[in-house]
Design a protein around this ligand. Sequence first.
Ligand code: PAF
Length: 289
Amino acid sequence: MLILASAAEVTVVSKEARRAGKRVGFVPTMGALHQGHLSLVRTARAQADVVITSVFVNPLQFGPTEDFSKYPRDAEKDSAMLAAEKCDYLFLPSVEEMYPPGATTWVNVEGLSEKLDGHSRPGHFRGVTTVVAKLFNIVQPDFAFFGQKDAAQVAIINKMVHDLNFDVRIVVCPIMREADGLAMSSRNAYLNPDQRKQALVLYRSLMRVQTLADRGESSSARLKVAGAQVMAEEAAVKLDYFEIVNRDTLEPVADISGGALVAVAAYVGSTRLIDNILVTGKGNAAEPR
Ligand code: PAF
Protein backbone atom coordinates (compact mmCIF):
# COMPACT_ATOMS: atom_id res chain seq x y z
CA MET A 1 0.00 0.00 0.00
CA LEU A 2 1.29 3.42 -0.95
CA ILE A 3 0.77 6.38 1.38
CA LEU A 4 0.16 9.70 -0.36
CA ALA A 5 -0.03 13.07 1.35
CA SER A 6 -0.53 15.18 -1.77
CA ALA A 7 -3.99 15.69 -3.27
CA ALA A 8 -2.48 16.17 -6.74
CA GLU A 9 -0.74 12.78 -6.53
CA VAL A 10 -3.97 11.05 -5.54
CA THR A 11 -5.76 12.59 -8.52
CA VAL A 12 -3.01 11.38 -10.88
CA VAL A 13 -3.15 7.84 -9.47
CA SER A 14 -6.93 7.72 -9.82
CA LYS A 15 -6.97 9.17 -13.33
CA GLU A 16 -4.34 6.67 -14.49
CA ALA A 17 -6.32 3.79 -13.01
CA ARG A 18 -9.52 4.86 -14.72
CA ARG A 19 -7.71 5.47 -18.01
CA ALA A 20 -6.53 1.85 -17.77
CA GLY A 21 -10.18 0.77 -17.45
CA LYS A 22 -10.03 0.14 -13.71
CA ARG A 23 -12.81 1.07 -11.30
CA VAL A 24 -11.77 3.16 -8.33
CA GLY A 25 -13.39 2.59 -4.93
CA PHE A 26 -13.00 5.21 -2.21
CA VAL A 27 -13.45 4.91 1.55
CA PRO A 28 -13.32 8.29 3.34
CA THR A 29 -12.54 7.99 7.06
CA MET A 30 -11.28 10.02 9.99
CA GLY A 31 -9.02 7.16 11.09
CA ALA A 32 -9.04 5.37 14.48
CA LEU A 33 -10.12 2.48 12.31
CA HIS A 34 -12.22 -0.40 13.60
CA GLN A 35 -14.06 -3.34 12.04
CA GLY A 36 -16.81 -1.00 10.82
CA HIS A 37 -14.32 0.88 8.65
CA LEU A 38 -12.65 -2.34 7.56
CA SER A 39 -15.98 -3.72 6.38
CA LEU A 40 -16.20 -0.69 4.06
CA VAL A 41 -12.69 -1.37 2.79
CA ARG A 42 -13.54 -5.05 2.22
CA THR A 43 -16.67 -4.12 0.29
CA ALA A 44 -14.64 -1.65 -1.75
CA ARG A 45 -12.02 -4.35 -2.37
CA ALA A 46 -14.76 -6.70 -3.64
CA GLN A 47 -16.39 -4.11 -5.91
CA ALA A 48 -13.52 -2.03 -7.27
CA ASP A 49 -10.16 -2.67 -8.89
CA VAL A 50 -8.28 0.06 -7.05
CA VAL A 51 -9.08 0.98 -3.44
CA ILE A 52 -8.18 4.37 -2.00
CA THR A 53 -8.86 5.14 1.67
CA SER A 54 -8.45 8.58 3.19
CA VAL A 55 -7.67 9.25 6.82
CA PHE A 56 -8.28 12.88 7.70
CA VAL A 57 -9.66 14.28 10.94
CA ASN A 58 -11.63 17.10 9.39
CA PRO A 59 -11.59 20.20 11.62
CA LEU A 60 -14.55 21.74 9.76
CA GLN A 61 -17.00 19.17 11.09
CA PHE A 62 -16.20 19.70 14.78
CA GLY A 63 -17.89 22.42 16.83
CA PRO A 64 -15.80 24.70 19.06
CA THR A 65 -16.63 22.65 22.17
CA GLU A 66 -16.28 19.25 20.51
CA ASP A 67 -13.50 16.66 20.56
CA PHE A 68 -11.36 17.67 17.54
CA SER A 69 -8.09 17.89 19.48
CA LYS A 70 -8.64 14.72 21.47
CA TYR A 71 -10.15 12.69 18.60
CA PRO A 72 -8.13 9.42 18.52
CA ARG A 73 -5.31 9.47 15.95
CA ASP A 74 -2.97 6.58 15.19
CA ALA A 75 -1.80 6.77 11.59
CA GLU A 76 0.65 3.89 11.97
CA LYS A 77 -1.97 1.48 13.30
CA ASP A 78 -4.50 2.65 10.70
CA SER A 79 -2.07 2.14 7.85
CA ALA A 80 -1.13 -1.36 9.06
CA MET A 81 -4.83 -2.29 9.22
CA LEU A 82 -5.46 -0.92 5.72
CA ALA A 83 -2.43 -2.69 4.28
CA ALA A 84 -3.70 -5.96 5.77
CA GLU A 85 -7.00 -5.39 3.90
CA LYS A 86 -5.06 -4.89 0.65
CA CYS A 87 -6.05 -1.27 0.32
CA ASP A 88 -3.97 0.12 -2.57
CA TYR A 89 -3.52 3.74 -1.49
CA LEU A 90 -3.87 5.62 1.77
CA PHE A 91 -4.46 9.34 1.32
CA LEU A 92 -3.18 10.99 4.49
CA PRO A 93 -3.34 14.74 3.92
CA SER A 94 -2.44 17.51 6.35
CA VAL A 95 -4.96 20.19 7.28
CA GLU A 96 -2.98 22.65 5.09
CA GLU A 97 -3.19 20.27 2.13
CA MET A 98 -6.98 20.06 2.44
CA TYR A 99 -7.56 23.68 3.40
CA PRO A 100 -4.85 25.94 1.99
CA PRO A 101 -4.88 29.39 3.56
CA GLY A 102 -7.51 31.58 1.98
CA ALA A 103 -10.04 28.82 1.19
CA THR A 104 -13.53 30.22 1.77
CA THR A 105 -15.87 27.88 -0.12
CA TRP A 106 -18.39 25.69 1.67
CA VAL A 107 -20.77 23.01 0.44
CA ASN A 108 -24.03 22.91 2.37
CA VAL A 109 -27.08 20.74 1.78
CA GLU A 110 -29.75 23.15 2.94
CA GLY A 111 -32.85 21.71 4.56
CA LEU A 112 -31.16 18.43 5.51
CA SER A 113 -28.01 19.58 7.26
CA GLU A 114 -29.96 21.02 10.18
CA LYS A 115 -31.79 17.79 10.93
CA LEU A 116 -30.98 15.05 13.51
CA ASP A 117 -27.29 15.42 14.39
CA GLY A 118 -27.22 18.67 12.46
CA HIS A 119 -29.69 20.10 14.96
CA SER A 120 -27.52 19.21 17.97
CA ARG A 121 -24.24 19.89 16.16
CA PRO A 122 -24.77 23.11 14.18
CA GLY A 123 -22.37 23.33 11.24
CA HIS A 124 -21.33 19.68 11.51
CA PHE A 125 -22.81 18.51 8.22
CA ARG A 126 -21.62 21.58 6.37
CA GLY A 127 -18.12 20.51 7.39
CA VAL A 128 -18.81 16.95 6.28
CA THR A 129 -20.19 17.86 2.87
CA THR A 130 -17.41 20.38 2.26
CA VAL A 131 -14.68 17.83 2.93
CA VAL A 132 -16.47 14.99 1.12
CA ALA A 133 -17.01 17.19 -1.96
CA LYS A 134 -13.32 18.05 -1.93
CA LEU A 135 -12.33 14.42 -1.47
CA PHE A 136 -14.59 13.37 -4.34
CA ASN A 137 -12.94 15.97 -6.58
CA ILE A 138 -9.48 14.84 -5.52
CA VAL A 139 -10.06 11.08 -5.69
CA GLN A 140 -12.63 11.05 -8.52
CA PRO A 141 -13.89 7.62 -7.47
CA ASP A 142 -16.38 5.43 -9.32
CA PHE A 143 -17.76 4.21 -5.98
CA ALA A 144 -17.61 5.68 -2.49
CA PHE A 145 -18.40 3.62 0.60
CA PHE A 146 -20.14 4.92 3.71
CA GLY A 147 -21.49 3.25 6.85
CA GLN A 148 -25.21 3.12 7.64
CA LYS A 149 -24.32 4.00 11.23
CA ASP A 150 -24.10 7.64 10.11
CA ALA A 151 -27.59 7.50 8.60
CA ALA A 152 -28.10 11.26 8.43
CA GLN A 153 -24.68 11.67 6.81
CA VAL A 154 -25.67 9.10 4.20
CA ALA A 155 -28.90 10.97 3.37
CA ILE A 156 -27.06 14.28 3.13
CA ILE A 157 -24.24 12.93 0.96
CA ASN A 158 -26.72 11.23 -1.36
CA LYS A 159 -28.53 14.56 -1.74
CA MET A 160 -25.28 16.43 -2.37
CA VAL A 161 -24.24 13.88 -5.03
CA HIS A 162 -27.63 14.24 -6.70
CA ASP A 163 -27.83 18.04 -6.47
CA LEU A 164 -24.25 18.68 -7.62
CA ASN A 165 -24.10 15.90 -10.26
CA PHE A 166 -21.13 14.11 -8.75
CA ASP A 167 -20.30 11.16 -10.98
CA VAL A 168 -19.93 8.67 -8.14
CA ARG A 169 -22.06 5.80 -6.89
CA ILE A 170 -22.62 5.85 -3.13
CA VAL A 171 -22.54 2.39 -1.57
CA VAL A 172 -23.94 2.12 1.95
CA CYS A 173 -22.67 -0.72 4.15
CA PRO A 174 -24.48 -2.17 7.18
CA ILE A 175 -23.71 -1.16 10.76
CA MET A 176 -21.05 -3.36 12.38
CA ARG A 177 -21.81 -4.23 15.99
CA GLU A 178 -19.91 -5.64 18.93
CA ALA A 179 -21.11 -9.07 20.14
CA ASP A 180 -23.48 -7.38 22.64
CA GLY A 181 -25.01 -5.08 20.02
CA LEU A 182 -23.11 -1.82 20.58
CA ALA A 183 -22.57 -0.12 17.23
CA MET A 184 -18.87 0.14 16.44
CA SER A 185 -17.56 3.68 16.63
CA SER A 186 -14.17 5.31 17.06
CA ARG A 187 -15.70 7.21 20.00
CA ASN A 188 -16.36 3.95 21.90
CA ALA A 189 -12.67 4.23 22.85
CA TYR A 190 -13.63 7.13 25.17
CA LEU A 191 -15.94 4.94 27.29
CA ASN A 192 -14.82 3.58 30.66
CA PRO A 193 -16.08 0.08 31.61
CA ASP A 194 -19.23 1.43 33.35
CA GLN A 195 -20.06 3.72 30.45
CA ARG A 196 -19.43 0.89 28.00
CA LYS A 197 -22.26 -1.04 29.73
CA GLN A 198 -24.52 2.04 29.92
CA ALA A 199 -24.01 2.66 26.19
CA LEU A 200 -25.89 -0.54 25.38
CA VAL A 201 -29.13 1.25 26.15
CA LEU A 202 -29.07 2.81 22.67
CA TYR A 203 -29.20 -0.61 21.03
CA ARG A 204 -31.81 -1.84 23.53
CA SER A 205 -34.08 1.11 22.72
CA LEU A 206 -33.85 0.36 19.00
CA MET A 207 -34.51 -3.34 19.58
CA ARG A 208 -37.62 -2.44 21.56
CA VAL A 209 -38.91 -0.45 18.61
CA GLN A 210 -37.99 -3.28 16.25
CA THR A 211 -39.92 -5.77 18.38
CA LEU A 212 -43.02 -3.57 18.53
CA ALA A 213 -42.84 -2.89 14.80
CA ASP A 214 -42.54 -6.62 14.13
CA ARG A 215 -45.71 -7.07 16.17
CA GLY A 216 -47.53 -4.65 13.93
CA GLU A 217 -47.21 -1.33 15.79
CA SER A 218 -46.91 1.35 13.12
CA SER A 219 -47.53 4.61 15.00
CA SER A 220 -44.29 6.60 15.17
CA ALA A 221 -45.57 8.48 18.22
CA ARG A 222 -46.09 5.25 20.18
CA LEU A 223 -42.82 3.75 18.95
CA LYS A 224 -40.93 6.89 19.92
CA VAL A 225 -42.42 6.84 23.42
CA ALA A 226 -41.43 3.18 23.77
CA GLY A 227 -37.86 3.87 22.58
CA ALA A 228 -37.48 6.91 24.81
CA GLN A 229 -38.78 4.92 27.80
CA VAL A 230 -36.02 2.36 27.35
CA MET A 231 -33.48 5.20 27.07
CA ALA A 232 -34.77 6.63 30.37
CA GLU A 233 -33.96 3.35 32.15
CA GLU A 234 -30.28 4.32 32.06
CA ALA A 235 -30.20 7.45 34.19
CA ALA A 236 -26.53 8.16 33.45
CA VAL A 237 -27.22 8.43 29.72
CA LYS A 238 -28.56 11.76 28.47
CA LEU A 239 -30.85 11.44 25.46
CA ASP A 240 -30.18 13.89 22.65
CA TYR A 241 -32.87 12.67 20.26
CA PHE A 242 -34.97 9.63 19.48
CA GLU A 243 -36.56 10.18 16.08
CA ILE A 244 -38.46 8.25 13.44
CA VAL A 245 -37.96 9.80 10.02
CA ASN A 246 -37.91 9.22 6.30
CA ARG A 247 -34.46 7.83 5.51
CA ASP A 248 -33.92 10.18 2.55
CA THR A 249 -35.53 13.45 3.61
CA LEU A 250 -34.96 13.01 7.36
CA GLU A 251 -38.48 14.42 7.84
CA PRO A 252 -40.51 12.87 10.68
CA VAL A 253 -43.01 10.24 9.56
CA ALA A 254 -46.31 9.72 11.37
CA ASP A 255 -46.29 5.99 10.84
CA ILE A 256 -43.77 3.47 9.65
CA SER A 257 -45.92 1.54 7.18
CA GLY A 258 -43.82 2.77 4.27
CA GLY A 259 -40.55 2.04 6.09
CA ALA A 260 -38.60 4.46 8.27
CA LEU A 261 -35.29 5.27 9.86
CA VAL A 262 -35.33 5.01 13.66
CA ALA A 263 -32.38 7.03 14.95
CA VAL A 264 -31.08 7.73 18.43
CA ALA A 265 -28.30 9.93 19.79
CA ALA A 266 -27.25 10.22 23.41
CA TYR A 267 -24.43 11.34 25.66
CA VAL A 268 -22.72 8.69 27.75
CA GLY A 269 -20.65 10.90 30.01
CA SER A 270 -19.30 13.46 27.56
CA THR A 271 -19.22 10.96 24.69
CA ARG A 272 -21.93 11.43 22.10
CA LEU A 273 -23.02 8.16 20.52
CA ILE A 274 -25.46 7.50 17.70
CA ASP A 275 -27.20 4.40 16.41
CA ASN A 276 -30.13 3.53 14.16
CA ILE A 277 -32.18 0.84 12.50
CA LEU A 278 -34.25 0.79 9.34
CA VAL A 279 -37.72 -0.63 9.90
CA THR A 280 -39.70 -1.98 6.99
CA GLY A 281 -43.13 -1.44 8.51
CA LYS A 282 -44.32 -4.77 7.14
CA GLY A 283 -45.85 -5.66 10.51
CA ASN A 284 -44.83 -9.27 11.01
CA ALA A 285 -47.12 -11.51 13.04
CA ALA A 286 -46.97 -10.87 16.76
CA GLU A 287 -44.47 -13.04 18.54
CA PRO A 288 -45.61 -15.01 21.55
CA ARG A 289 -44.52 -13.47 24.85
O1 PAF B 1 -17.90 9.49 8.58
C1 PAF B 1 -16.79 10.02 8.75
O2 PAF B 1 -15.85 9.42 9.26
C2 PAF B 1 -16.59 11.45 8.30
O3 PAF B 1 -17.72 12.22 8.53
C3 PAF B 1 -16.13 11.57 6.83
C4 PAF B 1 -17.19 11.06 5.87
C5 PAF B 1 -14.84 10.80 6.62
C6 PAF B 1 -15.88 13.03 6.49
O4 PAF B 1 -14.89 13.59 7.29
